[in-house]
Design a protein around this ligand. Structure first.
Ligand code: R5P
Length: 285
């Protein structure tokens, strides 16, 4: 039985269809003092052997919801709890960046592990975060699907990552598209919203470019990359990512930078989530 977190209701429904498993009735509520209550009354009624909780932890509340749903389905008597974190929040806080700082990804993983027999997550920023879970979480690769919404008529395309860390994703999308060159820029981050991009010497004049990253958060990385491309007489620029977090004014920032289209998956449910990771997840379930 599939159990959805409040931020992943469409993906949970898609996964239920993909697996031909029932979708549990769920309730999300809040007590007068602000405390959350996420419940799955449908699980107790159906009495399934397995519950698959699908919940992107896009906020601190969403983390709490996962813990509550895990507890609720155990209480309802399921034998196996699988927790799917399509987007793992706090995943980028995978180190103690300064003395006294927590490794937040590890803290979250430890808490979630207490209620799960198996954890899946999609394209984490660093695959090493999977080892923070007990047992180790499985990283599901959905990047190949990012080629699906791209137009068929890309002109001599370049698949570009805005930093070296995302070149594998750019290569995966290029391979799935079937033609084109790959390259990457160098990035230095000065603050949460300020990044500096140093371009490579790839020739982008009159060519269509697809910029690929794992996450678009504030849009600073992508808009800087698009700005550099625009100075080089690029053709059309498409941007695509696995996790379209799109915080604050990211969509406006990217639109003003002159992108042709933004694509993302449904690990985070946004208007640009044109690609579903449900088929990729289903192969592990
Ligand atoms: C960082 O290395 C990630 O791959 C992304 O580039 C980053 O999280 C994007 O963040 P923002 O959109 O805020 O620049």
């Amino acid at each position: 039985m599939i159990v959805s977190g409040s931020a992943s209701q469409a993906l949970a429904a898609a996964l239920a269809r993909e697996l031909e498993e029932p979708l549990a009735a769920v309730e999300y509520d809040r007590f007068p003092d602000g405390e959350l209550l996420a419940a799955a009354p449908g699980v107790a009624d159906a009495d399934p052997d397995r519950a698959v909780i699908v919940a992107s932890t896009v906020s601190s509340d969403a983390h709490l919801e996962v813990l509550q749903l895990q507890d609720a389905v155990r209480e309802a008597g399921v034998d196996e709890v699988v927790t799917v974190l399509p987007y793992m929040g706090y995943g980028r806080q995978d180190q103690a960046f300064e003395p006294g700082h927590p490794i937040s990804a590890r803290a979250m993983a430890r808490a979630i592990s207490t209620g799960a027999d198996q954890v899946l997550t999609v394209d984490p920023h660093e695959e090493a975060v999977c080892e923070f879970f007990e047992p180790t979480a499985t990283a599901v690769d959905a990047a190949g699907r990012l080629a699906e919404p791209l137009p068929d008529d890309l002109v001599d395309p370049v698949f570009l990552s805005p930093d070296a860390g995302a070149i594998d994703l750019a290569e995966t999308v290029q391979a799935a598209y079937g033609t084109g060159e790959t390259d990457y820029f160098e990035k230095v981050r000065h603050s949460g919203t300020e990044v500096e991009i140093t371009p490579s010497d790839v020739d982008v004049a009159d060519r269509d470019v697809v910029v690929v990253d794992d996450i678009i958060a504030t849009g600073s990385t992508m808009s800087e990359a698009v700005g550099v491309l625009r100075q080089r007489s690029v053709g059309r620029v498409f941007i695509t990512c696995v996790h379209p977090l799109l915080a604050r004014n990211a969509v406006t920032k990217l639109s003003r930078a002159g992108v042709e289209a933004i694509y993302g998956t449904d690990t985070i449910e946004r208007g640009v989530s044109t690609v579903s990771v449900a088929p990729a997840l289903a192969t592990y379930l």
